[in-house]
Design a protein. Structure first.
Length: 459
């Protein structure tokens, strides 16, 4: 039943400041609504969209789903020489890392292969390069100061993001040392403009630029001599080229020579190829922990593309997610343009998100994995969510969503446990009407925490 709408008095104050607010909270055993504000208002959910992606993936595959990445060839192996092309068959794994590619190459070495008389081809026939649909990703094809705007492919490494480790130099005034996070030598060009200092604060800025198909990380600022190493993450302009650079470096380290070079392809490996080495990625339940805890846009959008039964595009992935949401009892209208929420054109309602949470709560085999990816503020990896009373911080499991353009979006959804141990679900979405006024997370979370804390205490 729909109870009074005054269960969110602190959140309602945000609406009175000119923001569009949608909210709903209800108990999951009885269905009693504890409060709501315009629960059917269509709003931008930002990264709360990832809850739909996680739920759809668990429903389709179950928690133990693994994606397989393979090295294939039709060539014969003669005295340690592979006579023909080696094909990397990307399996759409959203979590492939440098370590996984190292294991793939070790599979070749275990066969005694020390040379490939042919090319190494990275096949992204499943999907990739995926056409960008947001300003962030389109701009990031040439330059970026972020990691959240990574391009999408089925054949990626390290979430399509370059990682560099910055360490102080040996003396004041000398350049800092910059290495790859996965080894001593960076796999892309680095323009190191960081100076080692003995006093002052460490301050590092970085921009990835791309020209002629080549990425350069321009890293500037200063680092104190007594500082610990600092990691810098920036998305790559072409993830499959990043994968090829990673594979080439690992093969060189393993003593495997390649005569024909390294190239991308969108062709599917032919039926006469055989698997020479394969790696199964981490189970879906582990992938979702990382995707939700760190709100990883790359992982979410790749998973959404994996869900498509047909040709994977951003549009077909969105259609797949919408179909899943519309099958949820009581959900109502929805239009998700991505699995990550990076798309400001995505819309759903507070009632819809709460219906999703309710639906997953009643899936006993899936709910523990689903809720495990959310953050309990008191010990979550994101410090900004540590707001509200101690009771609130220890009694909720939440996913947040943030966008700043074209209008500010602050969204939070999740579960709470009442004083008597009952489970509840809630959703609050705050959307700006224009770029200003800006609303910060402190203001939003303190209002939400105040309202949910009362519900926890009263039940």
């Amino acid at each position: 039943m729909e109870a009074r709408a005054d269960g969110f008095p602190a959140t309602q104050a945000l609406a009175e400041k000119g923001f569009v607010v949608g909210a709903q909270a209800r108990l999951l055993d009885s269905g009693e609504t504890l409060g709501s504000i315009a629960p059917d208002q269509q709003m931008t959910p930002a990264s709360v969209s990832k809850l739909y992606t996680a739920a759809a993936a668990l429903t389709q595959w179950g928690p133990q789903k693994r994606f397989t990445t393979e090295l294939r060839s039709s060539g014969a192996i003669v005295d340690g020489v592979l006579k023909g092309d080696l094909i990397l068959d990307g399996g759409g794994d959203p979590g492939m890392t440098s370590e996984d590619y190292w294991l793939l190459v070790q599979g070749l070495a275990s066969r005694g292969i020390h040379r490939i008389d042919g090319r190494v081809l990275a096949s992204q026939w499943r999907f990739g390069p995926v056409t960008c649909v947001t300003t962030d990703r389109c701009d990031a094809r040439t330059r970026t100061r972020h990691a959240f705007d990574a391009q999408l492919t089925s054949t990626a490494v390290n979430f399509a993001t370059w990682c560099m480790r910055v360490m102080p130099g040996d003396a004041e005034g000398v350049p800092a040392r910059v290495t790859s996070c996965a080894g001593a030598t960076p796999l892309t060009r680095v323009d190191n403009r960081i100076t080692t200092v003995s006093q002052g604060n460490t301050g590092i800025s970085a921009e990835r630029t791309t020209s002629g198909g080549k990425d350069t990380l321009v890293i500037s600022g200063q680092i104190r001599m007594d500082s610990d190493p600092a990691s810098v993450y920036r998305s790559s302009a072409d993830p499959v080229e990043q994968t090829l650079a990673t594979l080439e470096s690992i093969m060189q380290g393993a003593g495997i020579a390649v005569t024909g070079g390294f190239s991308p392809t969108v062709s599917r490996p032919s039926s006469d190829t055989r698997v020479l080495s394969a790696v199964e990625g981490k189970p879906l339940q582990e992938q979702l922990l990382r995707m939700l805890n760190y709100s990883n846009n790359f992982m979410a959008d790749v998973l959404a593309l994996d869900l498509v039964n047909g040709t994977p595009t951003m549009q077909s992935a969105a259609t797949t997610l919408d179909a899943f949401a519309r099958d949820i009892p009581g959900h109502g209208p929805v239009s998700l343009r991505s699995g990550s929420g990076l798309t400001p054109e995505s819309h759903t309602s507070a009632r819809g998100v709460t219906a999703l949470l309710d639906h997953m709560y009643h899936q006993p085999a899936l709910f523990p994995v689903f809720v495990a990816g959310m953050q309990t503020p008191v010990n979550g990896p994101m410090n900004f969510i540590r707001r509200g009373s101690e009771r609130f911080q220890q009694s909720v499991m939440i996913k947040t969503g943030t966008l700043n353009e074209p209008v500010p979006v602050r969204a939070v959804a999740g579960y709470f446990r009442t004083q008597s141990g009952r489970w509840g679900a809630f959703t609050v979405m705050v959307n700006g009407r224009a770029p200003t006024p800006y609303i910060n997370w402190t203001t939003t979370l303190e209002a939400v925490a105040s309202d949910i804390d009362v519900m926890i205490a009263n039940h």
